[in-house]
Design a protein. Structure first.
Length: 472
């Protein structure tokens, strides 16, 4: 559902009682937590009991399961998830009552009033980079407010209200939300076409990032991971417009440069230079080159803010990830099971590269659930090709999310494009049959990796249970 952004976004303490429609999602639950921790009276509803709700209930937030017009009673402001359907009864009741109705972006912007916002944007890597920056700042003695699109394993939360003036926020481009925040500074990890159901064309998508850079405070700065061509182009445009731009990456011309990178299973080490001067070593406890690039961007931001290198790198070294980003779900029968949010072909390629290092001498057995009809229609063939880096592949049907089904767009578009022998690729439309198919294919020493932004994240426990049964 598209809710218009008001011309004036009031600070959270002027919104009265706030009710969240879709409070169980990563985005709205983060906003609700920050508001509740800041003294705002908060309630919410969702159609499912998500992992984000217990922490809200601990704060005294009433979280209804299911939607009812009665839940809106007593609210002054309603914040609505983009995933809400047009016929949602709570939205209809809020409009009937003449309440203030805000989209997610305006709700988050309301919590930013009076703070220096550090916005983390990009097609891929936003959640991890937001978590890395938060971890680095906390280790350096800051106490920022933060809102992340996943649960930080170190804190068990996806958001909190801090005591200083910094606000680290994941800035989502999918629906244009990132154009609302007016940050002091920003990170852009990469820019590669996605969410074309909203933007229409690749050109419009890239132009949105140019517009985002133009919203940054002229006294602030932009950090770009310029190993990515889209981010490099954005850096050049922003610099031409007079904005301070800091580049990060492995290239020789980067302001903050990664050298001597060594990937070793679930860890990595590298050397960091700034403006040609070596600062020291960066160690990470998360696998993959793409995460090292994310960490370099977070480090560049912290350094520009005046924090000490070794304090920042201590925080980065302590970072163990966020939920659904190469998250270890467990091990049974000699098989490790990981889950990751990758749903774009570039993300798939990055996570499979990292998972290959984790698997070592074992094989990589991957299940992928395409997310959104529009994305699968446009990128399904590229997703399939990226999955060819695995040893065994199981493809689920499309997770519909906010779109209607299209009989011409199914998981077969992905499965048919996987460049592996037919016996190593299987389309499994029956969701409940996927765990058994994965376990049938897995051997001791292998890694099973579930990929996708939808319900596939629920499969870790049943996969592990079947592996334990096989080992009994």
């Amino acid at each position: 559902m598209r809710i218009p952004i008001p011309d004036e976004i009031l600070p959270a303490d002027r919104l009265g009682r706030v009710h969240f429609i879709g409070i169980g999602g990563a985005g709205l639950s983060a906003i609700a937590r920050i508001m509740a921790r800041s003294g705002v009276e908060v309630s919410g509803s969702d159609d499912q009991d998500t992992p984000f709700l217990p922490a809200l209930r601990e704060l005294g937030v009433t979280c209804h399961l299911g939607y009812s017009a009665d839940h809106v009673a007593g609210a002054d402001t309603v914040v609505v998830t983009t995933a809400a359907r047009e016929d949602n009864v709570e939205v209809a009741e809020a409009r009937r009552l003449g309440l203030r109705v805000l989209p997610r972006s305006a709700g988050l912007a309301a919590t930013m009033a009076g703070r220096r916002v550090l916005a983390v944007a990009g097609t891929h890597g936003k959640t991890t980079t937001t978590g890395l920056l938060t971890s680095a700042l906390l280790a350096a003695g800051s106490d920022p407010t933060y809102a992340v699109g996943g649960v930080l394993t170190a804190t068990g939360r996806n958001a909190d209200a801090g005591t200083d003036d910094l606000f680290v926020a994941e800035a989502d481009e999918s629906d244009g939300a990132f154009l609302v925040y007016r940050p002091h500074a920003a990170i852009v990890t990469n820019v590669e076409a996605d969410h074309l159901d909203n933007w229409g064309t690749e050109e419009a998508y890239h132009a949105a990032f140019d517009e985002f850079a133009a919203t940054i405070d002229r006294a602030g700065f932009l950090v770009c991971c310029v190993d990515d061509p889209g981010a490099a182009a954005l850096a050049a445009t922003a610099r031409d417009a007079g904005l301070e731009v800091i580049t990060a990456g492995e290239g020789e011309g980067c302001d903050v440069r990664i050298t001597d990178l060594v990937l070793d299973g679930t860890t990595s080490t590298s050397r960091i230079t700034r403006d040609g001067v070596e600062l020291g070593q960066l160690r990470l406890r998360i696998p993959g080159r793409h995460y090292v690039l994310d960490a370099a961007a977070a480090l560049a931001t912290g350094l520009r803010l005046g924090f000490a290198f070794h304090d920042l790198t201590d925080g980065l070294a302590a970072f163990t990830g966020t939920g659904r980003r190469m998250e270890l779900k467990g091990e049974a029968a000699g098989v490790r099971v990981y889950d990751s949010y990758a749903h774009h072909h570039v993300e798939i390629a990055g996570d499979l590269q990292a998972a290959r290092a984790v698997a070592g001498d074992g094989r990589l057995v991957v299940a992928f659930q395409p997310h959104l009809v529009s994305r699968t229609r446009i990128f399904g063939e590229q997703m399939g090709r990226a999955l060819g880096a695995a040893d065994e592949v199981v493809v689920l049907d499309v997770y519909l999310a906010r779109e209607e089904a299209d009989p011409a767009v199914t998981g077969a578009l992905v499965a048919d494009a996987v460049p592996l022998p037919a016996e190593r690729v299987q389309l499994v439309p029956d969701f409940d049959a996927v765990p058994a198919e994965l376990v049938r294919r897995a051997r001791p020493g292998d890694v099973i990796l579930t990929l996708g932004a939808g319900s596939i994240t629920q499969l870790g426990a049943p996969i592990l249970a079947l592996l334990e049964e096989r080992d009994a």
